[in-house]
Every structure is written in structure tokens, then in C-alpha cells.
Ligand binder design. Structure first.
Ligand code: UDX
Length: 453
């Protein structure tokens, strides 16, 4: 493999777990191709630098107060991103300028790679004459819809009757009309300027890196190239090359693994709604009762703050906790990739964040889809309607529906057919990250592109 010694790449992740994981995995990929890595990061959700001794970490202020951080700013991701985008521009510019001034002839800074959710970085990079490549941490199909999202929101696409709720959104398949209100959320109109800015800055960039592959969305990747008119690099599920565990912001409960060791093959349903989604107390109780009534063993991640208004699992009665503990285990945060790879896991009740969806596909674990909003609405439609490797709950967070879905997936013959299709998908995606596969070849193309900048 050709080495690119003497070239440094600057990375700048958005400070969310679902964005930090892929960025640090990308850092590993590029480092393995000979690039030196500097990671600029905010104080909020700062990655653990000690877990990545090969990279240089530089912290910049983000303007958030202690109170804001302690009040869990991720409970409103849009407002968090807007604030950090306002506060971090000037410190980021200073930091990047200093790095460029200090860079030696023997180790040139070749480009900036940052998340498409940063709105100011393209202008800063242009003013400093530094090429910028965008990392998109969600599906290319979703980024392709950005130019039309404001139109879909304003032009009456929301279903006007229940009978139309299941109609496809023609401009945005396989999304259904009923999904649209959850894509935009309550303050949909606030998204428009954000989305416009992302489209504009991405078009001015020197390329887009997707954690995706041709096997999952060949046409969308070609379309992304047409829409954004920049080179596209689909280098596959990043964690296939390096584990993400070391970039976890929370302490992982390692007792999950010995507990799983005691369970039978493919018997356990893993339940996790990622790092950002929130649910109400009554939804939490419905999930708890559904799991308990299903009689299947389960491993359930209840992230502190997941349940609105609660610290952790205190809305559950002692009796219910006891009955849950007969069959299952509840933890605050799990080593998810290790869990999904465990022989005891047979299904994943997920919010369909793109990382979780990819991690599940890579381990061949079929899913029960409970998307919270935004890109998760699209990912879940692909899982249930296109790849047909999961069951969609259609937003029904009801004990009977959850019990039924768990039973279908884990014990009934329909579940077996879903599992078979998942096995095929896993193999296809697995081939793409092996030597000679489409994603593997894209890494080489990306490395050469960075070299040419
Ligand atoms: C968010 C969006 O929801 C997602 O759609 C977008 O693509 C990235 O930002 P998040 O909601 O956190 O991310 O979900 P997801 O993309 O699935 O990322 C969660 C990450 O946390 C995964 O890599 C998962 O392995 C990890 N995780 C989750 C753990 O390590 N332990 C856990 O207990 C739960």
C-alpha cells in the first residue's frame, strides 16, 4: 500500500456520539493509509484523547455554559447545533490558522474533513485556502433530499387523511407521507436555513465521504454526484475496518458480555434508541411491559436522560423491575458493536440511527424499527420495505405491538425469512469492504484524492 507520509489531515467532528464515532473511525482509516491526523473538537462531548494516542487533539471553546451542558443540551439537537455553530466559528478559525502557520514544509496540511452539519467551516477553509471534504454521517439518499426538504415541508405533502398516510412521497421514496411530520419535527420551519446552508456549503466542497456502499444505495450515490457536483467516496461501514468502542463518550457496561455468554444462540433481543432520542414515561412503560410479556431474554440500554423527566429507570415499579430482571438485563450504555456481534443476539429493537442500522447489517442482526425522527424515518423504511430485514412498528409504542413484533422476529417463521434476507445483505455489504470490494477501492481513491489537493 502506498504511504502518504508527510501529509496531515485536520478532522472536526460534530459533538454528538453518532458523529464522533464515524469521524474517529475515519481517522483510523486515513492513518492506516499513512496520513497524520489532527482532531479539532469542542469542549462539549470532547472525545477521549487518551484512547487515540496516534492522533493530535486540539480543544476549542464552544460557548456553552456549565448549566447548559448539565441540562443535557442534546435534548434539543437543532438548538444545540445552532448554538455551537454560532459560538465555535471564531475559535475554529484561529485554531486552523495557527495550525497552517505552524505547519512544516516536511508535513503539509492537505485538507480539512468535517461534518456536513458544520455551517461555517467551508467559508473558513476557503478564506485560508484549504480544501474541505465533507463527511456525511447518514445515508446518501437522505442528503440527496436536502435540496427539496423545504419544498416538501411547505407544499402540502403531509397526508390530509389516514388513508393517504401510507402513500409514497414520490420525490423521496421509500419515505411515506406519514413519515414526513417526524422528519421535520415540531419546529420544521427552523430547519430550512440550516438545510439550505448545508446544500450550499457541500456544493462548494472538494468532495463528500459517505459511510455507505454501492451494495446499499448505488443509485443514490450516483445521484449525489449529480446533485452536489463534487467527487463522492462511499467507503463502506467505517467500523468494519476499526472498532468504534474506543470513541464512546459514555462508560460502557462491560457486564453485558458475560451475561450474553450465558444465553442461548440468537435468543436475545437487544434494545437501544441511540444517544439522542427521547421517549415519554408512558412510552417507556409500554416498552417495558412489551419486553416483559414477550418472554424473550433482552438486553436493554436505558441511557440516563432517555426518558423525559426521569433520571433513569425510576418510573418502573419495583414489581415490574423484578419481573424484567427475570428474563433481561438493563444497562446505561453498552459496548454496542460487541453486543451485536455476540452469538446470543437474535434481534435489535432500534431507533435506526444510521450507525446502529449499519452495525446491525454488518452483524446480520434483523431489526424492529422504532425511528425517532429525521433520517431515522428513511433508514427504517429501507430496513422494512426495501431490504425487508426488519419489522416496522409504525410508531405504535404499545405493549401488545412490541410483544408481537418481538415474537414474530425471534420465534416465528416470518422471523426466519427476515433473518435469511439479512444474511444475504450482510454478505453483500461484507464483500464491499474486503480487498477488491467497491468500498475498499473507494478508500484508495479517497487517499489519492487527498494527495492531489
Ligand atoms: C444520530 C442520528 O440519530 C443518526 O441517524 C445520525 O446518522 C448520526 O447522529 P444516534 O441517534 O446517536 O446518532 O444514533 P446512531 O447513528 O445509531 O449512533 C449511535 C452510536 O452509539 C452507534 O455507533 C452505537 O454503536 C453507539 N452506542 C449506542 C453504543 O456504543 N452503546 C450504546 O449503548 C448505544
Amino acid at each position: 500500500m502506498e504511504k502518504r507520509n508527510g501529509l496531515r489531515v485536520i478532522l472536526f467532528p460534530l459533538p454528538l456520539q453518532g458523529c464522533i464515532n464515524p469521524m474517529l473511525q475515519l481517522a483510523n482509516i486515513l492513518h492506516s493509509r499513512g496520513f497524520s491526523i489532527t482532531v479539532i473538537h469542542t469542549r462539549f462531548n470532547a472525545p477521549r484523547s487518551s484512547s487515540h494516542p496516534l492522533f493530535t487533539f486540539l480543544q476549542i471553546p464552544d460557548g456553552l455554559s456549565e448549566t447548559q451542558i448539565n441540562d443535557d443540551p442534546t435534548s434539543n439537537v437543532m438548538s444545540l447545533l445552532a448554538q455551537i455553530n454560532r459560538n465555535a466559528e471564531s475559535p475554529f478559525r484561529d485554531c486552523l490558522q495557527n495550525l497552517l502557520l505552524q505547519s512544516q514544509e516536511s508535513e503539509r496540511i492537505s485538507c480539512l474533513i468535517d461534518d456536513c452539519g458544520w455551517l461555517f467551516t467551508q467559508s473558513v477553509a476557503e478564506s485560508l485556502n484549504l480544501p474541505r471534504i465533507v463527511l456525511c454521517t447518514f445515508k446518501a439518499t437522505f442528503l440527496n433530499a436536502y435540496p427539496i426538504l423545504p419544498l416538501l415541508r411547505t407544499q402540502g405533502y403531509l397526508p390530509d387523511s389516514d388513508s393517504k398516510a401510507g402513500d409514497s412521497v414520490l420525490e423521496f421514496p421509500p419515505l411515506q407521507k406519514r413519515d414526513l411530520s417526524r422528519v421535520f419535527g415540531e419546529n420544521g420551519e427552523k430547519l430550512d436555513p440550516f438545510v439550505h446552508a448545508i446544500v450550499d456549503t457541500t456544493m462548494r466542497s472538494s468532495g463528500i465521504i459517505f459511510m455507505s456502499c454501492e451494495e446499499l444505495e448505488k443509485d443514490s450515490l450516483a445521484l449525489a454526484n449529480e446533485i452536489f457536483k463534487v467527487p463522492i467516496f462511499a467507503i463502506g461501514p467505517f467500523h468494519s475496518y476499526f472498532s468504534a468502542s474506543s470513541s464512546s463518550l459514555f462508560t460502557q457496561d462491560e457486564t453485558c458480555i458475560p451475561w450474553l455468554d450465558k444465553q442461548e444462540d440468537k435468543s436475545v433481543i437487544y434494545v437501544s434508541l441511540g444517544s439522542v432520542v427521547n421517549i415519554t414515561e408512558s412510552e417507556f412503560l409500554e416498552i417495558a411491559c412489551g419486553l416483559s410479556n414477550s418472554k424473550q431474554p433482552f438486553l436493554w440500554v436505558v441511557r440516563p436522560g432517555l426518558v423525559l423527566g426521569a433520571q433513569w429507570i425510576e418510573p418502573l415499579s419495583e414489581g415490574l423491575v423484578r419481573s424484567l430482571e427475570e428474563k433481561g438485563k438493563i444497562v446505561k450504555w453498552a459496548p454496542q458493536q460487541e453486543v451485536l456481534a455476540h452469538r446470543a443476539i437474535g434481534g435489535f429493537l432500534t431507533h435506526n440511527g444510521w450507525n446502529s442500522t449499519l452495525e446491525s447489517i454488518c452483524e446480520g442482526v434483523p431489526m424492529i424499527c422504532l425511528p425517532g425522527g429525521w433520517d431515522q424515518m428513511l433508514n427504517s423504511r429501507f430496513v422494512s420495505d426495501v431490504w425487508r430485514v426488519g419489522i416496522h412498528l409504525e410508531g405504535r409504542i404499545e405493549r401488545k405491538e412490541i410483544e408481537k413484533a418481538v415474537r414474530i422476529l425471534m420465534v416465528e417463521s416470518e422471523g426466519e425469512r427476515i433473518r435469511e434476507r439479512m444474511k444475504v445483505l450482510k454478505e453483500e455489504v461484507g464483500r464491499s469492504v474486503k480487498h477488491g470490494g467497491s468500498s475498499f477501492r473507494s478508500i484508495e481513491t479517497l487517499a489519492n484524492h487527498i494527495l492531489s489537493l
